[in-house]
Design a protein around this ligand. Structure first.
Ligand SMILES: NC(=O)c1ccc[n+]([C@@H]2O[C@H](COP(=O)([O-])OP(=O)(O)OC[C@H]3O[C@@H](n4cnc5c(N)ncnc54)[C@H](OP(=O)(O)O)[C@@H]3O)[C@@H](O)[C@H]2O)c1
Length: 298
């Protein structure tokens, strides 16, 4: 690997990727020595708007990249519901643009997807061969993106993750700390299950996969699972905040927030393919969260 392109580099995942590439390590451990000296070109929408097919073709053709990591996406689930056209453009059409350009340049494309491509109704951890059945605009357009990448880029990694948080940007951990500082009591949904995942851990696994030719679809989430209210209580405890977290069901929440898109009740992904190939180094969600909150100023 000599040259790597990151798209959507100012987002949560993009920033963690840049951090571990520049420092050589993530909380999981050091990245492989082969990344030393790799030229990293980090772009966000101002430098490379991935919805512009011509711009993507030109940038990738001129760049001489060995690999591309696409961290850009329309990640606002409710926003995707109200602006489906934008979601389609960024989550699906732009992924196809990158896939075509990567194939043309013989570069590897690492693309990131989501648990929302699944139905979210099965309590069992879902491996990569679980049937897809999205029921939101976000999930549908992300699935279309996955399919475009799989079809158009022979050398691809698709990494599905969930409940992502990172050092920068808007995420559940920051939101809870903010609410905890201003409220004595909040209500948080108690019957949706998933695995809060630190973006730095995901970034580490993406770089590890890029060191192989085991192309294909991977589930990459933290190990273990929880619910949003338990996650919130742990955030409050870590931040030393006395804010009480009261449980509310999805049904009760939806009744009070009728414009909100449906959320999956069961979003536990099984990192089976990682385990079967390069090994699963993802940490347990609580261990990763505790370390994140010890080391990051929120
Ligand atoms: N966040 C989650 O909980 C979660 C869960 C499951 C899966 N994922 C997936 O994980 C990946 C990374 O998510 P994230 O949370 O790191 O995303 P994020 O923080 O929302 O970052 C996305 C980045 O893409 C940029 N962007 C927007 N339009 C663009 C364009 N046309 N061209 C280039 N860049 C553009 C955004 O810029 P602006 O901010 O200026 O728009 C932002 O910097 C995504 O594929 C997402 O679907 C996320």
């Amino acid at each position: 690997m000599r040259k790597l392109l990151i798209t959507g580099a100012n987002g949560q995942l993009g920033r963690e990727l840049q951090t571990i590439l520049s420092t050589g390590r993530a909380p999981i451990g050091a990245i492989d020595a082969s990344w030393t000296g790799v030229e990293v070109v980090a772009t966000d929408v101002d430098e490379l708007d991935i919805t512009n097919a011509r711009a993507v073709d030109d940038f990738v053709a001129a760049g001489g990249f060995d690999a591309i990591v696409n961290c850009a996406a329309a990640t606002n689930v409710d926003g995707c519901e109200t602006n489906r056209e934008f979601a389609q453009l960024l989550n699906a059409d732009a992924a196809a643009n990158l896939a075509r350009a990567a194939a043309e340049a013989d570069a590897v494309l690492a693309h990131v997807s989501t648990d929302y491509v699944l139905a979210g109704t099965d309590p069992m951890p879902q491996a990569e061969d679980a049937p897809v059945a999205p029921n939101t605009a976000y999930g549908e357009t992300k699935l279309a993106g996955e399919r475009a990448v799989a079809e158009l880029a022979p050398k691809h990694f698709i990494c599905r993750t969930a409940w992502l948080y990172g050092t920068e940007g808007k995420n559940f951990v920051r939101t809870m700390v903010g609410l905890g500082r201003t409220h004595e009591q909040i209500t948080v949904v108690c019957d949706q299950h998933g695995s809060p995942t630190f973006a730095g851990d995901l970034a580490w696994e993406i770089l590890a996969l890029l060191g192989t030719e085991n192309y294909g679809l991977y589930h990459v989430t933290a190990n273990g699972a929880t619910t949003w209210d338990i996650f919130a209580r742990r955030i409050m405890a870590n931040a030393g905040l006395g804010c009480e977290v009261l449980p509310v069901t999805t049904e009760e929440y939806a009744a009070k927030n009728p414009a909100s898109a449906p959320r999956p009740l069961w979003s536990i992904l099984d990192n089976k393919r990682l385990r079967d190939t390069i090994g699963d180094k993802m940490r347990s969600w609580d261990v990763a969260l505790d370390e994140f909150m010890r080391t990051v100023e929120l």
